[in-house]
Design a protein around this ligand. Structure first.
Ligand SMILES: O=C(O)CC1=CCC(=O)O1
Length: 256
């Protein structure tokens, strides 16, 4: 088994409020959740973390899968003394959330998955992307990734809002990005979905070219207590493009 990595995290919000863990997209860091923080106000104790090899988290040994990213989160919860929490993950973070809810149901109160998938073939596409960033770094792929994160309309209308996200992608350690690609290539969580008992909110961006709404529909169909919301005018990073709508959906789902 791959040894758990000590994840970099930031915890904000009042002591005693319900815990919400936030896991981000491939190539992001915990700042991708900044648009949510003022909107969560003092109602949630928010733990934003970086996946291994992303942002401030060390990469550790290679050859890890979604299950290892999930075990990193369980180790972080143990370290922070969190017995049980709600989890919200976008994209790669959503895959980790599905694994956690299926394999550690006693730790996950409620689940929100945004712009994610239980299975994302073809594996060769991800492995090729991993080879590309290992060979050339992140800069050459940054514009293509940005083109999946945001709609053309949003990029054209609000370049100053988009620029920090391009810088975020370019700053992602190439080895961490490649490790994430390999974890997605090997992932097939479809058989796990029926094990998920946590109330689950599935959110898809209507214009997401990376994980289109059909991926969310499959998750919704195969999980017991789930609901799907397709958010209009949003691509892959729907929480950034539609911060009001997404923050409201998350708080309504995780707070009674
Ligand atoms: O393809 C992308 O860049 C978007 C993406 C798919 C899964 C993920 O985590 O990011």
């Amino acid at each position: 088994m791959v040894t758990a990595t000590t994840l970099f995290q930031r915890t904000t919000g009042p002591l005693g409020a319900p815990f919400l863990l936030l896991g981000g997209s491939l190539g992001s860091n915990l700042d991708m959740w900044k648009p949510q923080l003022p909107r969560f106000g003092d109602r949630l104790r928010v733990v934003r973390y970086d996946h291994r090899g992303h942002g401030g988290s060390p990469i550790g040994p290679g050859g890890y899968g979604i299950q290892d990213l999930g075990r990193d989160v369980l180790a972080m919860m143990d370290r922070l003394g969190i017995e049980r929490a709600s989890y919200c993950g976008s994209s790669l973070g959503g895959m980790v959330g599905l694994w956690l809810a299926a394999h550690a149901p006693e730790r996950i109160e409620r689940l929100v998955v945004i712009a994610t998938s239980a299975h994302q073939p073809p594996a060769e596409g991800w492995l090729e992307r991993a080879r590309q960033v290992r060979a050339m770094g992140m800069e050459p792929v940054a514009d293509a990734v940005l083109g999946r994160w945001f709609t053309p309309r949003f990029r054209a209308a609000l370049p100053a809002r988009v620029a920090p996200y391009r810088a975020m992608i370019a700053a992602c350690p190439a080895e961490g990005y490649a490790g994430g690609c390999e974890a997605i290539a090997a992932m097939d969580l479809r058989a796990d979905l029926a094990r998920i008992t946590a109330p689950t909110l599935v959110i898809a961006g209507a214009d997401d070219p990376a994980t289109p709404p059909e991926h969310g529909e499959l998750i919704k169909r195969q999980t017991m207590k789930s609901r799907l919301v397709v958010v209009p005018n949003a691509a892959h990073l729907a929480n950034v493009e539609q911060p009001e709508a997404i923050s409201q959906l998350i708080t309504d789902h995780v707070i009674d």
